[in-house]
Design a protein around this ligand. Structure first.
Ligand code: ZN
Length: 505
């Protein structure tokens, strides 16, 4: 239903190409001169021409015609804008605008929302848009304190840390230092004079923190008794919570019965609705995929691994699993996700082998769908997307316009968090079980994941272009281990999913 509404919404924009132009003032509140800029109102949204954005923030802009993308550099901050797409990419991730970037009268137009809510969080100025008086005001310095305070609560087997913030904040974790959990809160700044540390408590031995550039970095030194942790950011009230547990959260046995909150005397069973997984063996038929130096076809390896995965899922997890192809036949990329959507699958996992022009490239990688973060990830996506060239003019892909592409993209956007979690788990299992140097979890625009209405990942088991790894891929033992890894990852994901659903019942 939501998608239908969006569809009409985008069409409406396309239909009302007529726009009303207007003037707005830009006020700096410092020694820069105030200015007036020409904007346009299109479909009740104020759009600013990219040349004006570049003027206001002294930005450099680079246009790439073939992909209809614009890179905007404000100082060392970079933004990627794509024509007809409401998603903006920055170093800290994806930003979802209410309306897409447009191309009209020979120039790029961005919704004013891009300035007031995206650029605002990257520049030192506080950028505020006052629509009633057509005024954009930029104030320096803004009150940049975002981290308020921190508290510890210790209970038996669990220590809770709450970091109160002024607004919802994103974070990265680093657990490379044994006994330490380092949390980098993006855009977090604490008042060095006022911020105090609570006394160490429970599993926490000590804590240190500092404002590092634009981020707030916390280092929790924890007790060996803490076996696992969970950390999450919440919006209301804005805070980050870290929980340290005296047991392994993943291994915590599923309570067989969930107490009914209304009546403590009755119990009921939680029945998992996680019941169908689609496994996609990459390539097939006229599309061989990558070919190894000794002539191994990617399509043969992926089919063999995928067939084992399906058998193992049914046997070990008791969940139904279905293949997108069961033999050496060609299936278009679009049909693969369409099948998963039609069957209402809970997960979509595409299995591939990596390839690189460098014969030394090696290791295992797992990807989830997103705009590419690195050139390397972009190259992997470009290679896998090349399967499109095998598709016939009549295939769905050829008739898909930009509009469909945005909608498909949004479909997967809603599962970003789950997909990234599944990718992390899968990568951990693969790196452990395959015993080849684990590379990383990557994000890239894979066409095959694009249309999935469910968490979806793409696994690049190993490099078929690397002689050693090609040899490994040709052994039954290695393919079995790859299958094992994918199945244990699904098992771990399912346990987390069931636990979450059981709790919310
Ligand atoms: Zn492939």
């Amino acid at each position: 239903m939501k998608l239908v509404v969006r569809f009409i919404f985008f069409l409406a924009i396309a239909a009302t190409s007529a726009s009303v132009s207007a003037d707005i003032s830009v006020q700096y509140h410092d020694d820069r001169e105030d200015r007036r800029i020409q904007v346009a109102e299109m479909n009740k949204t104020i759009y600013v021409p990219i040349s004006a954005v570049s003027e206001i923030f002294s930005a450099d802009k680079y246009w790439r015609q073939e992909s209809r993308q614009m890179a905007l550099h404000i100082g060392d901050k970079r933004f990627i804008l794509i024509v007809d797409n409401p998603i903006i990419e920055s170093a800290s991730g994806l930003h979802h605008l209410r309306t897409p970037v447009l191309y009209r009268s020979g120039t790029i137009w961005t919704p004013i929302q891009f300035i007031e809510s995206v650029i605002d969080s990257f520049v030192p100025e506080d950028v505020v848009w006052h629509p009633e008086i057509n005024l954009l005001s930029l104030t320096i310095p803004k009150d940049n304190i975002t981290i308020l305070d921190m508290e510890f609560t210790a209970e038996y087997q669990e220590t809770r840390v709450i970091i109160h913030a002024k607004k919802p904040l994103r974070f990265l974790t680093d657990k490379s230092k044994p006994g330490h959990l380092i949390v980098e809160i993006k855009g977090g700044q604490a008042d060095a004079q006022k911020f105090t540390f609570p006394d160490p408590n429970g599993f926490i031995i000590d804590t240190s923190a500092e404002n590092r550039d634009e981020d707030f970095v916390l280092d929790f030194h924890y007790h060996a008794g803490a076996k696992s942790y969970r950390i999450e950011s919440y919006d209301d009230p804005p805070r980050i919570e870290a929980h340290f547990f005296g047991y392994d959260v993943d291994e915590e046995p599923e309570p067989p019965q969930i107490r009914d909150r209304k009546d403590n005397t009755t119990t009921r069973n939680y029945v998992s609705d996680f019941d169908l997984i689609v496994i996609d063996p990459g390539h097939g038929g006229k599309d061989p995929g990558a070919i190894g130096p000794n002539g191994t076809y990617e399509k043969d390896i992926t089919l063999d691994i995928a067939q084992q995965v399906v058998k193992q899922i049914e046997k070990e997890l008791g969940v139904r699993a279905v293949l997108t192809r069961t033999d050496d036949s060609f299936v278009s990329l679009r049909k693969r996700t369409e099948m998963a959507n039609r069957m209402n699958a809970d997960l979509f996992i595409s299995i591939h082998c990596n390839a690189s022009p460098s014969p030394k490239a090696h290791g295992t990688e797992t990807y989830f769908l997103s705009l590419a973060k690195t050139n390397e990830a972009r190259a992997v996506a470009a290679r896998e997307n090349a399967s499109l060239k095998f598709e016939m003019p009549g295939d769905a892909v050829e008739t898909m316009g930009d509009l469909d592409f945005i909608l498909w993209d949004l479909a997967q956007y809603e599962y970003l968090e789950e997909s990234s979690m599944l990718a992390e788990i899968a990568h951990e299992e693969l790196a452990k079980k395959l015993d080849i140097t684990g590379r990383r979890v990557g994000q890239a625009p894979f066409y095959v994941l694009n249309g999935a209405y469910m968490p979806a990942i793409l696994v690049e088991t190993a490099f078929i272009s690397n002689k050693e790894e090609e040899k490994l891929l040709n052994t039954a033992r290695f393919r079995e281990r790859a299958s094992d890894a994918v199945v244990s990852a699904i098992g771990r994901y399912k346990r987390l999913y069931d636990k979450k659903m059981a709790r919310s019942q």
